[in-house]
Design a binder for this molecule. Structure first.
Ligand SMILES: *Cc1c(COP(=O)(O)O)cnc(C)c1O
Length: 423
């Protein structure tokens, strides 16, 4: 391969997904590599919001059952569109709540301390919200998180060893919750092996797919994962605060959810208004209250696009983009103190590249001043996420070129090496 700009252009020419970029609102003055924090708006997502506003305008209360996308069935419909992204059955998937609320719901449903089995197994690298939620669930059972939350340690501060996690699946573990892709280093955990090992030991296991959904394929049903949950504003491009999702394996259907509400009902029974819940016979039972229709609306358009592109093709291009990025970094930023801190193995890395540098915060500010939107992660991490649906190889080339200028000219020295309020 060559490190010339023309080579990047050639890669773009040959990119089978290149036309999807035209579907997004792109600021051509900028390079947006933060789609793993907030994906960009597409015209189709915008149109689906307008369409649901129209159904409110035109149908008022009857919008629940009339119009193009009746609101009463919207969460199920979106679940059905999401299922192929996670390798689940449509009825195992529902769009509802937020990531953290869904984790609370699933922990309230699957964490049943009993006899010797009282602990939750997680890891020390997971996103703080997940850890806070698990600790509060432990406290709700009258137990002490210091003792009952086991967090698998990382050997190098960035990644986890499958064998360390399996070793921690001991007889006192009542529930396992792990990320699919680690939010900092982008490591993909071996969800299949972990689910199988958990199953052998009779421990329910669930995955946080925030950083993997829409970026890497999953086979949750085949792996036998018990549950999963995710947000939709990262790789699914659902917009700020868009409604999240969850998956529950069909073997658990028919149980009452830990946190019930009237939307946990079977659809036929919901409006009987009885005080005894008849839970839905599928993952819909894990809904709680009235769906946030307008915040789910963008997903109609964005999931349609993901389905047309196909998750395998998205993954293929994502790997090519990140591979190209890493090769350019290694060849053009030599001697500037960057370390590529994600795994180089394709089956161990997700949709972003994770760089470490002692001046990471200042470098991110310098990049932003030059029109590149990276993502700083304290204390010394830079996440760069070239997204398959809307980023180009030439943007990858330009970013590394700008980084080289920033380092050669010591541009970053103009900025303090502290994080902003949102980073
Ligand atoms: C983004 C993210 C969240 C966010 O949770 P919200 O409830 O949507 O705020 C949680 N967990 C992980 C791993 C994430 O990456």
């Amino acid at each position: 391969m060559s490190f010339d700009r023309s080579y990047a252009r050639q890669l773009d020419e040959n990119d089978e997904l290149k036309d999807f970029r035209n579907e997004f609102y792109i600021d051509e003055e900028k390079i947006y590599f933060d789609g793993n924090s907030l994906g960009l708006l597409s015209k189709r997502a915008e149109a689906s919001v307008i369409s649901l506003l129209d159904s409110w305008k035109n149908h008022a209360i009857d919008g629940w059952t009339e119009g193009e996308h009746p609101w009463f069935y919207l969460s199920e419909k979106l679940g059905q569109f999401t299922a192929p992204l996670i390798g689940a059955k449509p009825e195992e998937t529902i769009i509802t709540g937020s990531t953290t609320i869904n984790l609370h719901q699933l922990a309230a449903s699957f964490y049943r301390p009993d006899g010797k089995r009282t602990k939750i197994l997680a890891d020390e690298l997971n996103f703080p919200s997940d850890i806070y939620a698990l600790k509060s669930q432990i406290k709700l059972h009258g137990l002490d998180p210091e003792e009952h939350l086991v967090q698998v340690k990382s050997r190098n501060g960035n990644t986890l060893e499958t064998s360390d996690i399996i070793e921690a699946m001991t007889e006192d573990i009542a529930l396992i919750v792990l990320p699919g892709v680690l939010y900092r280093s982008g490591q993909i955990l071996d969800m299949e092996a972990l689910a199988k090992e958990a199953q052998k030991r009779g421990i329910p296991i669930g995955f946080d797919l925030c950083h993997s959904i829409g970026s890497v394929p999953h086979q949750l049903s085949d792996w036998g994962a018990d549950f999963a949950f995710w947000c939709t504003y990262k790789h699914l491009n659902g917009g700020p605060g868009s409604v999240a999702g969850l998956y529950v394996n069909e073997k658990h259907f028919g149980k009452e959810p830990g946190l019930a509400g009237w939307f946990s009902s079977s659809k036929e029974k919901q409006f009987d208004m009885e005080h005894t819940l008849s839970p839905a016979e599928d993952a819909g039972a894990y809904q709680i209250g009235t769906p946030h229709v307008l915040s789910a609306a963008p997903l109609l358009g964005s999931l349609e696009m993901l389905s047309e592109a196909g998750i395998e093709r998205i993954r293929g291009k994502s790997l090519r983009l990140t591979d190209y990025l890493m090769q350019l970094i290694e060849n053009r930023l030599k001697g500037h103190g960057f370390t590529i801190a994600n795994s180089r193995e394709e089956n161990e890395r997700g949709g972003h590249v994770f760089l470490e540098h002692p001046q990471a915060a200042a470098i991110c500010k310098a990049l932003k001043a030059k029109g590149v939107v990276p993502d700083f992660r304290t204390p010394n991490g830079i996440r760069l996420a070239p997204v398959a649906l809307y980023n180009t190889f030439e943007e990858v080339w330009k970013t590394v070129d700008l980084l080289r200028t920033i380092m050669d000219d010591k541009d970053y020295e103009q900025y303090d090496n502290e994080r902003g309020v949102i980073a």
